[in-house]
Design a protein around this ligand. Structure first.
Ligand code: SAM
Length: 253
């Protein structure tokens, strides 16, 4: 799946793009990041690793470069991108998926039909949130787990991760889906964010999680596809007497 032209959303110091571009089937990668220091570091790392000719780094807010020339350069890739790599940050005050929705939504004009998006979503967010992404952002199918670390501590001594756990617990208390950590002493024991936080406050022990990457495939429905879908639905409705199916389908899209 890593072949052709790629985008590295939120490239940071370039680690994902720099690694991917070493794969012989990958021709070129464009890295995007909002932080000028990251773009400078990524450019430096590309030179040091001898791959600067196969990587371009653009200062951008999401998929919108700040400089007009960079906007023009990026727009030339519309509809031509084979894969997108994204390890987005967690946004404050939402369910942790604000940037992930943004990455998927903004990917649509760039990806070829059948193009793939490798999205980092760690284990503790749970499957419900990941599956919900394809309902919230249409045009993608979920392709499953691509890669995972082993169980590793979600180090709550780190203020940023402790703060994340507090946000997760608050979301659970407000009725959101439960998060899923594992117990440090028994990896088969599931802890939600509230119990993981309480356990840490009592014992100083962090729970376990896994850093993971999931696959999303861009499969927009073509005009011809819509036509076929509608005809199939009409036939189904006539055969079964079940009406309103097409309306419901369109509504859900
Ligand atoms: C979790 S880091 C990932 C860095 C690197 N790709 C990695 O996997 O180590 C998220 C990156 O997204 C960048 N970022 C945050 N908001 C952004 C935005 N609106 N547009 C582009 N990049 C953004 C940050 O500067 C940061 O480099």
């Amino acid at each position: 799946m890593l072949a052709g032209l790629g985008l590295d959303w939120g490239c940071g110091t370039g680690c994902l793009g720099l690694t991917a571009v070493q794969i012989p089937t990958v021709s070129h990668i464009i890295g995007l990041d909002i932080d000028p220091a990251n773009i400078a570091a990524a450019q430096h790392n590309a030179v040091v690793n001898g791959v600067a000719d196969r990587l371009t780094f653009l200062l951008a807010d999401s998929y919108t470069p700040f400089a007009a020339a960079d906007q023009a350069a990026l727009s030339a890739y519309a509809g031509r991108i084979d894969f997108i790599l994204a390890n987005p940050p967690t946004s404050e005050g939402d369910d942790g998926f604000g940037f992930r929705r943004l990455v998927l939504e903004g990917a649509r004009p760039f990806l070829k039909p059948g193009g793939v998006l490798f999205l980092s979503v760690s284990y503790q967010y749970g499957r419900i949130r990941i599956h919900r992404l394809t309902q919230e952002v249409t045009g993608f199918t979920y392709g499953g787990l691509l890669a995972s670390t082993d169980w590793v501590p979600f180090d709550m001594q780190r203020p940023d991760l402790y703060h994340c756990a507090e946000l997760y617990a608050a979301e659970e208390q407000a009725g959101g889906p439960l998060h899923e950590f594992r117990h440090l002493a028994a990896a088969d024991q599931i802890l939600n964010a509230q119990s993981a936080l309480a356990h840490f406050q009592r014992t100083g022990q962090s729970p376990l999680s896994q850093w993971q990457t999931h696959l999303f495939r861009y499969e927009p429905v073509t005009d011809q596809g819509w036509q076929m879908l509608m005809e199939t639905m009409e036939t189904y409705q006539m055969d079964t007497g079940i009406s309103n199916l097409a309306d419901q389908y369109i509504h859900n899209q």
